[in-house]
Design a binder for this molecule. Structure first.
Ligand SMILES: C[S@@+](CC[C@H](N)C(=O)[O-])C[C@H]1O[C@@H](n2cnc3c(N)ncnc32)[C@H](O)[C@@H]1O
Length: 214
């Protein structure tokens, strides 16, 4: 009880959160999505759509060790009320400046891998940036971008074109609700009825689809 109180107290003092983490006194919560890495082979070529500050991207890079990793995100602040509860909306971001800072943070974080050609940052909306990648060339795509139904639908369709046969289309936040009002679940359920994909797994709000044929 006392230990928890001290930990929580440390987290709210500016600078102390960082120090507490560094010292190992407060640990990062374990990312429940790590089980997904069983679908990401070593030396694979993949894309993460929706990067934010690159936390998951870094795990992919360090644990999976892909030969090429595309990181796609516009890092664009959305001021309209639909996005008020999104990370890139009014509640959590203070305008475009904070998104630019996030983009620069990611560029810095991956500098070495950008320089050696392993990481390729594509700044822009997934619909246009995915077009820059060759069709049937990716082993997997991880979709975690705009969660509204129309956007997820488009990301699924475009990812299908980019992924190889037997490749994986994986994504986050498959559940009813959220500020996106279940848009991810709706798009995935619909996609499963129309496309040449097989549902492999749904667990921890993650969906794993396998492309069966073109
Ligand atoms: C939930 S965050 C991504 C979190 C990240 N995958 C992680 O696990 O650390 C969603 C991200 O999607 C991005 N995004 C929003 N609209 C997008 C779009 N049309 N195309 C690509 N990314 C988009 C936002 O800028 C934001 O950084």
């Amino acid at each position: 009880m006392m230990l928890e109180l001290i930990k929580n107290f440390l987290k709210i003092i500016p600078g102390m959160k960082w120090l507490a983490k560094k010292s190992g006194f407060v640990s990062e919560p374990i990312d429940e999505r790590l089980f997904l890495f069983e679908y990401f082979d070593k030396s694979s070529v993949g894309a993460e759509i929706g990067v934010w500050e690159g936390d998951f991207s870094l795990k992919i890079l360090n644990i999976v060790s892909p030969s090429k990793l595309y990181l796609i995100d516009p890092w664009k602040f959305e001021g309209s009320s639909i996005y008020k509860d999104a990370g890139y909306g009014r509640k959590f971001s203070k305008g475009q400046n904070s998104m630019d800072k996030r983009f620069n943070k990611v560029r810095k974080l991956f500098k070495k891998s950008i320089d050696n050609g392993t990481v390729i940052i594509l700044r822009g909306n997934s619909a246009s940036e995915l077009e820059k990648i060759e069709n049937n060339s990716l082993d997997w795509v991880y979709i975690d971008a705009n969660h509204l139904y129309e956007f997820v639908k488009e990301d699924l369709e475009n990812s299908f074109i980019k992924v190889k046969t037997n490749g994986y289309i994986i994504g986050d936040d498959y559940f009813e609700g959220g500020w996106w009002q279940g848009g991810v679940k709706k798009a995935v359920d619909e996609f499963l009825t129309n496309k040449k994909v097989e549902l492999i797994k749904i667990d921890k709000r993650q969906y794993v689809l396998k492309k069966i044929s073109n």
